[in-house]
Design a protein around this ligand. Structure first.
Ligand code: SAH
Length: 235
């Protein structure tokens, strides 16, 4: 598969247009900054990152990649939005992180080049933006070593997610720009589970992520009807 087969160009331009704001913690990317400590600690509970080689798929401006680089031996971030990657590279320089690198390459192409080379692969808030999420799941599985962990987070396709993730977040609370998410692209946990199974990934944990608009805090719970996170292990 070439780099641009499993891509929706309108999705990439949404993120490229906002690229200069990736590291503004009060911008459209505020939710990603706010949830970052929670996701880092959830990942580290299952996989302490010290000494490990990590790949972050759909890394954007590098919010999670940098946080993981502070713990891991090395982190590589990949994305197909050119401007976002430039921002990520500049920010890593500013942060003085020498063990994080970025590349504009599709996960499908990288899987052919660097299959089985990573201890951990993360793919957060990205699957709901691609035409064929199962292809991304399969490539993530090819990139991780046997026994290694792959983490996904995405949004369920349920009446509640329409209400909270689209109407609530984009139209009522305005914490995300209108048009950030398309309901039809949301993914049911059963659909993700099937793609994982077919790719040789065993599910080891699934959690729902809740948002309290009053305290503006994210927390993990058992309710997977809107945002959810999945930890898997390569068999
Ligand atoms: N994973 C990051 C950013 C999430 S935003 C985080 O959680 O902090 C979604 C990201 O997916 C954007 O950076 C967007 O450019 C990227 N993306 C969308 N389609 C993609 C594709 N086909 N291949 C790689 N990245 C893609």
């Amino acid at each position: 598969m070439t780099d641009f087969n499993n891509v929706d160009p309108s999705e990439l331009s949404k993120f490229s247009d906002l690229a200069h704001r990736w590291w503004d913690k009060e911008s459209e990317f505020k939710p990603l900054h706010d949830m970052n400590p929670l996701r880092l600690s959830w990942i580290e509970e299952c996989t302490p990152l010290a000494g490990l080689k990590v790949l972050d798929v759909g890394c954007g401006g590098g919010i999670l990649a940098e946080a993981m680089a502070a713990k891991a031996s090395s982190v590589k971030g990949i994305d197909l939005a050119t401007k976002s990657l430039k921002v990520a590279q500049l920010h890593a320089l500013e942060s003085g992180l020498k063990n994080v690198s970025y590349e504009e390459v599709s996960v499908e192409s990288l899987a052919q080049r660097e299959g089985g080379q990573y201890d951990v692969v993360t793919c957060m808030e990205m699957l709901e933006h691609v035409p064929d999420f199962a292809s991304v799941v399969k490539s993530c599985s090819q990139l991780v070593k046997p026994g290694g962990h792959v983490y996904f987070s995405t949004i369920n396709r349920s009446p509640k997610s329409f209400l909270f993730a689209i109407l609530g977040a984009e139209y009522i609370l305005n914490i995300l720009p209108k048009g950030t998410h398309e309901y039809a692209k949301f993914i049911k946990p059963s659909e993700l589970a099937r793609a994982q199974r077919e790719s040789g990934l065993q599910e080891i944990d699934i959690k729902g992520m809740g948002y309290n608009p009053l305290t503006k805090r994210f927390s993990l719970n058992q309710d997977v009807s809107v945002n959810y996170w999945v930890a898997t292990q390569k068999i």
